[in-house]
Design a protein around this ligand. Structure first.
Ligand SMILES: NC(=O)c1ccc[n+]([C@@H]2O[C@H](COP(=O)([O-])OP(=O)(O)OC[C@H]3O[C@@H](n4cnc5c(N)ncnc54)[C@H](OP(=O)(O)O)[C@@H]3O)[C@@H](O)[C@H]2O)c1
Length: 180
């Protein structure tokens, strides 16, 4: 099964600061929800895979992310409530091959953080990276690993707006990178 990554990053490649996202873009959050929930087959749902700190960054009232199977990677914790908790990305992907899951899931979305993005973008099953480019610098303590321009090319996706947009004075545009 192919992996899609989805991330919002600042011009300085920052994605997080003090356990949260340093900007608030409702339109981008809506796009995140739309893309990660969308399935061709209504009887199936998608998987979101994230690191433990990304899970903790989601307000308790909003987690698990609804209508998606929430998989959390953690070596330090056995089981996080309302999630499938796995000790590695590979073991998570292995588990999802089990017919119990395989028959009811459609897409796998990698939703961060930094090391999970890095491992996933170098994974043989990596397909696309959906990047919201926030067009200014933000103070951050977590950064997106570089996307190798030799390994990915820009493509378009009809579900993604083509044009740059703006919210609360913050400009942003969404680009889709596909593994060559
Ligand atoms: N802008 C965006 O699109 C975006 C997206 C996601 C997150 N964020 C931000 O990024 C920050 C969180 O990201 P982060 O990079 O600091 O942390 P993270 O990747 O979410 O979580 C790190 C933790 O996840 C576990 N983990 C990661 N990879 C693993 C693997 N391969 N196998 C097993 N466990 C693994 C480990 O947990 P244990 O320590 O429990 O072993 C590790 O300490 C927050 O500020 C969040 O708001 C931003």
């Amino acid at each position: 099964m192919k992996l899609n990554l989805i991330v919002a990053m600042a011009s300085n490649m920052g994605i997080g600061f003090k356990g949260t996202i340093p900007w608030r873009l409702k339109k981008d959050m809506a796009l995140f929800a739309k893309l990660t929930k969308w399935t061709k087959d209504n009887s199936k749902r998608n998987v979101v895979i994230m690191g433990r700190r990304t899970w903790e960054s989601i307000p308790e009232r909003n987690r698990p992310l609804p209508n998606r199977l929430n998989v959390v990677l953690s070596e330090s914790q056995q089981q996080i409530d309302n999630t499938l908790t796995c000790k590695s990305l590979e073991s998570a992907l292995q588990l999802l091959q089990d017919p119990l899951y395989l028959n009811q899931i459609e897409n796998i979305w990698i939703i961060g953080g930094a090391s999970v993005y890095k491992e996933a973008m170098n994974h043989q099953s990596c397909h696309r990276i959906y990047v919201t480019h926030v067009l200014e610098d933000f103070e951050c303590d977590v950064f997106m690993p570089a996307i190798d321009q030799g390994k990915f090319r820009l493509v378009s996706d009809p579900m993604v707006p083509q044009d740059a947009d703006e919210e609360n004075g913050i400009a942003f545009e969404v680009k889709v990178y596909e593994k060559v």
